[in-house]
Design a protein around this ligand. Structure first.
Ligand code: AMP
Ligand code: MG
Length: 345
């Protein structure tokens, strides 16, 4: 099939026409690459088992890995899930935004959308084009990240095109994603919640609303073989470029020495822009700013994809802290590296 690629934000009238066309594709059971504030999604009607099947096929994703269902208003969760008062407290604090809440599923959602689970993951994105598309489609949109399974998530429409050209009906280009890492995924418990995947809504932010906040062990320790994780997605290798990712746990000075002693001509070092002057003459990949988890999150997936584009065989990166605003970054990096960390003192 030919993938229709359209740029939004050029003219409000053509935007409305492009979104109406994308909505029609979704209603007809097709697939649309769509911008959100986290990463680009691969959207399809959440009410169609057949459309969910097309998502799994386009991504090459195992069909037991459930999809997140996107709504344009928090209250629309009632159409797909049994919603609790805590959901509405969380919605008041964080929605629309980068938070996904797992709740018991209603029969309106085919079980193929939820990977056979009795629960459904619900998110209300804040991106204006994502919300406009869901509203225009008139159905909730099931959307995983719009990458081929296992590769880094797409944070620009060009990334989506690189992975999905010829496999989906349409791509809406809404510019680069603001956040750059996927949403925080939580499961509600009797007295709070468990973080299954960390994102821009952090543990501290959730604790202000939720009471008790737990972090699933697999967030910081890649799940052991044979273990049944709380979230099926946590058992797969994720976000990995073809290049090997070597995470180095060290101070800035020791990291610099380690890289200079080990780097080969086909290899690159990922460095925050404020430290780039230390690595002049080496192949570097821009990694945001040392003091900004937001800037590092924003550039991570583009950096991993760039490494493959330039044919780099190995990327050296400093390991971020496994806490606070850096937890989401840490989680994606240990998955991209397959859990390999070099400790240098
Ligand atoms: P992605 O589709 O790439 O954004 O990933 C969605 C993540 O949410 C995956 O890690 C899924 O395993 C997880 N997820 C979605 N639905 C559920 C659910 N019902 N129960 C547990 N985890 C879920
Ligand atoms: Mg994904």
């Amino acid at each position: 099939m030919t993938t229709e690629y359209v740029k939004l934000g050029v003219n409000p009238e053509t935007d409305a026409a492009h979104i109406a066309r994308a909505a029609e594709i979704i209603r007809d059971g097709g697939l649309v690459g769509m911008p959100t504030e986290t990463v680009y999604g691969l959207g399809a009607s959440a009410f169609s088992a057949e459309a969910a099947g097309k998502i799994y096929a386009a991504k090459g994703r195992p069909s037991d890995n459930p999809l997140i269902v996107h709504v344009s208003e928090p209250a629309e969760a009632e159409n797909i899930a049994y919603v609790s008062p805590l959901y509405y407290k969380l919605a008041a604090a964080f929605m629309p935004g980068p938070l996904t809440v797992i709740m018991p599923k209603k029969d309106t959602v085919p079980s193929s959308v939820t990977g056979g689970l009795a629960s459904v993951a619900v998110r209300c994105p804040s991106h204006k084009y994502a919300r406009a598309l869901i509203r225009a489609a008139g159905v909730p949109i099931a959307a995983p990240s719009a990458n081929r399974s296992g590769s880094p998530s797409p944070t620009t429409a060009q990334h989506v095109l690189a992975d999905m050209d010829g496999r989906i009906e349409m791509i809406l280009d809404g510019g680069p994603c603001e956040i750059g890492l996927e949403s925080t995924v939580i499961k509600l418990t009797d007295d709070g919640c468990i973080i299954l995947r960390p994102g821009a809504v952090t543990e501290i932010m959730l604790a202000r609303v939720c009471g008790t906040v737990e972090i699933a062990r697999a967030v910081t320790d890649p799940a052991e073989a044979g273990e049944k994780p709380l979230s099926p997605g946590m058992k797969y290798k994720h976000y990995a470029p073809r290049a090997e990712v070597v995470l180095v746990e060290a101070s800035d000075d020791v990291f610099e020495m380690y890289v200079k002693a080990n780097i080969a001509p086909s290899e690159a070092v990922a460095v925050p822009d404020d430290l780039a002057h230390r690595f002049v003459g080496l192949s570097t990949l821009s990694a945001g700013q040392t003091a900004s988890a937001t800037a590092q999150s924003h550039s991570l997936f583009a950096l991993l994809r760039r490494a493959d584009e330039i044919g780099c065989s190995r990327i050296y990166m400093k390991l971020p802290p496994a806490s606070g605003e850096y937890l989401a970054l840490y989680n994606r990096l240990i998955r991209a590296s397959g859990g390999k960390i070099v400790h240098v003192t």
